[in-house]
Design a protein around this ligand. Sequence first.
Ligand SMILES: [Zn+2]
Ligand SMILES: [Zn+2]
Length: 208
Amino acid sequence: MKKPITKKVKRGKVVNKPVVKSRIKSQTRAKDEPKIEVNKALKEKMLEIVSGRQTWDEYFLAIMKAVGGRGTCDRGRSGCVIVKNKRLISSGYVGSPAGCKHCDEVGHEMHTVTREDGTVSRHCIRTSHAEENAIVQAAKVGVSTDGATLYCQMAPCYTCAKMIINAGIKKVIAFNDYHASVRTGEIFKEAGIEYVLVNNQMQEYADQ
Ligand SMILES: [Zn+2]
Ligand SMILES: [Zn+2]
């Protein structure tokens, strides 16, 4: 492939200079140097991060997904970040209260909910949701969430939606849809919250 040429003025002269793109080159170490093991699994994961400059929404959604990786319930390692003036002010992931046992250690705490129309759904209630934890973290360290934007993995459930409204958050960007978020869209509209769903894919569980 032909290299793009940039024109550069040097002491009144126009000179053609090829654009040099930065790249990482595999280095070969000397034979007597100790061999350092490479974490291949971690390397593959990190290489999934696409190149090219991200928009602010892509940037905060990528951080939100990374935060969710710390979640302690495998029914959905959900993450959340709260942003104000393009600055990340708080983060949270789905997990048991600090110091309490995690689903990953002792199993889920399943709860069956029968709705008004007779339909039944199953939920793990051991954990606090990522959105709850992000709001609570802000409260713990004394950072105001008033007027902030919240990014989350799943459409917030009814309880989280009410917390979001009362925390003064004005915009919510959710990555996937969620079966327990039927009322969320309605009350966000009522409360004047700007609500964006990145895709309408429903987060599904083997046991729901
Ligand atoms: Zn669980
Ligand atoms: Zn929730």
